[in-house]
Design a protein around this ligand. Structure first.
Ligand code: SAH
Length: 216
């Protein structure tokens, strides 16, 4: 396995400073980013670029999000230690590890079989353990583990997924990019079973949130 060298740590510090300059203000989130060896989640050919604020291709035609996007979504979640967080779109497992570094109990779903296996393997190797990790369709959420204090969606959803809103606890927050080719970031605060407060934040580009599992 790739090592986490002093050189990597130095570059990670620089990335954290860049994220601060770009407007990430939550030091708890920045500290979590500083704890996760991003280069380990990325193909070796991009290793030297791992700590730049860039997205990279991962398996199954998917992408690991920009560090800024990961930090921004995480900042919007306001995770407290011990909270139950549902993540839709495990992908490489990088965002999962950042949530675990914050002390969240993470439940994560991925619809691509090879990414499910890849991320499971890596998270185990670096000792960042989700509470529950599964190969499934995020549109269904995880009803048997609901409700969740927080839900984070890391793929672009065409519309607000109803089942995920149902699985949010009262007072809970979901962070989700919504839109077809381009997305706007939203936070949804659940005030009671039928009342939600939605806020909109800037434009982003994500791979699409698709239905059903993909075995290939
Ligand atoms: N957080 C990831 C981002 C990966 S890109 C990372 O840091 O690497 C988004 C991921 O969402 C892709 O892996 C894609 O396969 C997955 N995805 C898309 N639709 C999904 C669904 N319905 N359920 C679960 N995962 C889904």
């Amino acid at each position: 396995m790739k090592l986490d060298t002093l050189k990597h740590k130095g570059k990670r510090n620089q990335l954290v400073n860049l994220l601060r300059q770009k407007g990430i203000t939550d030091e708890v989130v920045l500290n979590a980013v500083n704890q996760v060896p991003r280069h380990i989640f990325i193909d070796s050919i991009f290793e030297d670029l791992s700590y730049e604020d860039r997205a990279f291709p991962i398996l199954s035609g998917q992408t690991i999000s920009h560090p800024y996007t990961v930090a921004f979504q995480t900042q919007l979640l306001h995770v407290q230690k011990g909270e139950k967080v549902l993540e839709i779109g495990t992908g490489s497992g990088y965002q999962t590890a950042v949530l675990i570094a914050l002390g969240a109990q993470v439940y994560t779903i991925e619809r691509q079989k090879e990414l499910f296996e890849f991320s499971k393997n890596i998270l185990k190797k670096i000792h960042f353990s989700p509470k529950f990790q599964t190969f499934g369709d995020g549109y269904q959420g995880l009803p048997s583990f609901a409700p969740f204090d927080k839900i984070i969606v890391t793929a672009g959803a065409p519309t607000m997924p109803k089942k995920l809103l149902e699985q949010l606890s009262i007072g809970g927050v979901m962070v989700i990019p919504i839109g077809d080719k381009e997305q706007k970031m939203y936070t949804v605060l659940k005030l009671d079973e039928n009342t939600f407060e939605t806020l909109e934040f800037g434009d982003y580009q994500f791979v699409p949130m698709l239905e059903n599992r993909e075995i290939g």
